[in-house]
Design a protein around this ligand. Sequence first.
Ligand SMILES: CC/C=C\C/C=C\C/C=C\C/C=C\CC/C=C/C(=O)SCCNC(=O)CCNC(=O)[C@H](O)C(C)(C)COP(=O)(O)OP(=O)(O)OC[C@H]1O[C@@H](n2cnc3c(N)ncnc32)[C@H](O)[C@@H]1OP(=O)(O)O
Ligand SMILES: Cc1cc2nc3c(=O)[nH]c(=O)nc-3n(C[C@H](O)[C@H](O)[C@H](O)COP(=O)(O)OP(=O)(O)OC[C@H]3O[C@@H](n4cnc5c(N)ncnc54)[C@H](O)[C@@H]3O)c2cc1C
Length: 607
Amino acid sequence: MEGVDHLAHERNKAQFDVAVMKAVWAGSRDAYELFHRFSRLVANDPEMFIPAIKAQATEEQQKQWLPLANKMKIIGSYTQTELGHGSNVRGLETTATFDPKTDEFVLNSPTLTATKWWPGGLGKIATHALAHARLIIDDKDYGVHGFLVQLRSLDDHLTLPGITIGDIGMKYGSGAYNTMDNGSLIFDHVRIPRNQMLMRLSQVTREGKYVPSNVPRQLSYGTMVYVRQKIVFDASIALSRAVCISTRYSAVRRQFGSHNGSPETQVIDYKTQQARLFPLLASAYAIRFVSEWLNSFYKDLLQRLEAKDFSTLPEAHACTAGLKSITTSVAADGIEECRKLCGGHGYLTSSGLPELSAVYIPACTYEGDNVVMLLQVARYLMKTISQLKSGNKPVGTTAYLGRAEQLMQYHSDVLRAEDWLKPNVVVEAFEARAARMSMACAQNLSKFNNPEDGFQELSADLVEAATAHCQLIIVSKFIEKLQQDIPGKGVKEQLGVLRSIYALFLLHKHIGDFLSTDCITPKQGYLANEQLRSLYSQVRPNAIALVDAFNYTDHFLSSVLGRYDGNVYPKLYEEAWKDPLNDTSIPDGFHEYVQPMLKQPLHHGRL
Ligand SMILES: CC/C=C\C/C=C\C/C=C\C/C=C\CC/C=C/C(=O)SCCNC(=O)CCNC(=O)[C@H](O)C(C)(C)COP(=O)(O)OP(=O)(O)OC[C@H]1O[C@@H](n2cnc3c(N)ncnc32)[C@H](O)[C@@H]1OP(=O)(O)O
Ligand SMILES: Cc1cc2nc3c(=O)[nH]c(=O)nc-3n(C[C@H](O)[C@H](O)[C@H](O)COP(=O)(O)OP(=O)(O)OC[C@H]3O[C@@H](n4cnc5c(N)ncnc54)[C@H](O)[C@@H]3O)c2cc1C
């Protein structure tokens, strides 16, 4: 019935102050920030063009271009990826050849695989590209640099001479990403003034002299680092949307279990539903808190870079790459799990889940393929370990590797299930697992004469070690979050339950790592799972309140299953009748194609 809260009985069970939890979840950024970004995403993606100009253009160039971009007088596309190269930025083929006679660069796509391919906004709407191309001076290749290129007339939006542009076509399913005009672009000797090479990091003089960057060349990758840390925040939003929908529906849906006319069982009370759903609820909070930490770490990096302090740049790259990888994989897989948790109705567009999945899953690929990103983390870990011998004491997120010898001797002293509720017990186990996996890789790598051959041969193990390292970061930041002063009745207690669910679910899921590295015994693994089951019972009465704390409107959720009032069935039915198929009783084509078959006489008694 309209106006009735069908989940009121669930909300009355809450054992904590929901208003405070809403504030904890909202944190330092408004969750709707992404919604507006997301809505822009499906129109155009200023997410990268403007930050890239800020990162790579001189002050003078910024003064020229930023006001135009900020006021949408020009529409930009971050045009890096090509048909033949995306992950391997140093393999990009587009060229920008300096012509000293005219003081210009000539942009060209020398091969088909040099065609720019994927950049958002490029296909139909962008007027300018921040094109990444190989700088060529006097036949010498100076590697990939950024160039601002006008693509279309600002009068009639027609493409300019030498520019061939198109949309790359429909993408995965019918998701909203199909409203993003990811495009293709071929340059045929397009000339731009020399001052349209972004020259903050390195320059080309009027005489054609290349002035190399006096800062790490990787700063030219800065926009990707910036977006990767944002994507971690986005992962918490995407996953929490799906968890909100599936948790509310799990409390509404009843199936089996009726005795003597009693109501059937709420599916949220089935232990299998809880074992699938509650770790995702905990993961949403875990990812949110690690994104807060990562954002503050990134802001600290920016301040350091201003002061030419590059000391945390390698760690920032490793953390943004690794956490982007881990959190987008968890969110993408989690959204699909939430669809399955809703049974058949989860597959309806009106559930909001297919659309969310179709839009979200490319996050595992864009801004860095998730495996390639974890390999970057692995390189960082191996380098950190190789420097231990020279007395280089690791700090920050790799500080535990400085205690590797001690961690190699570690054995968990868990005796009872409740011992796994102690944060220090959990962190020690996760540190030991991560340290031992990385040290084992380093040990195996040392057996190879050619380190690169070893890295390739061991890359699957290295990805697992990088995963363990990143999961340790997320667990640690969840624990650190709860060491902050958090007011409100029961709020910290509930977050503590979620923290333990997150950590013990990972321990259970990766029990092979913990056993094969001899960090814990099978009995201790069994006790962790025992504790996990108890934690599910503790979170169960608070589940609806914990997703209410995301503070999402029904409009934002766009889901008949995730409605705040739980009034699912009437709305499911109502929504179905909006489908144009139901405008007529007899479907189009019936008389032409189906009815003749139905009218066909039987032949020899056979249909
Ligand atoms: C509800 C809906 C929810 C969400 C949707 C809503 C919104 C979506 C939000 C955002 C959407 C944003 C974007 C979508 C559009 C997508 C855009 C794109 O995809 S842009 C293109 C992205 N492309 C990539 O990410 C390419 C990945 N490849 C690379 O980064 C590099 O090629 C790679 C790092 C893999 C290798 O680089 P290379 O130069 O070959 O370096 P190498 O490995 O040799 O290492 C050398 C040295 O450099 C260090 N290093 C590498 N990269 C960095 C870096 N970025 N910063 C600092 N340092 C770096 C590396 O560690 C090594 O160091 P050492 O020498 O070992 O010390
Ligand atoms: C929706 C969407 C939007 C995008 N928007 C933009 C944009 O606006 N601008 C832009 O420039 N680009 C954009 N991209 C492109 C995106 O950045 C690339 O697709 C991404 O970086 C992955 O690169 P790739 O396609 O070359 O994958 P590949 O690297 O070809 O990946 C293919 C497989 O090879 C594996 N692999 C690759 N290298 C290694 C290695 N060294 N070791 C082990 N395995 C490896 C990968 O793990 C993967 O399994 C977008 C892509 C998508 C899907």
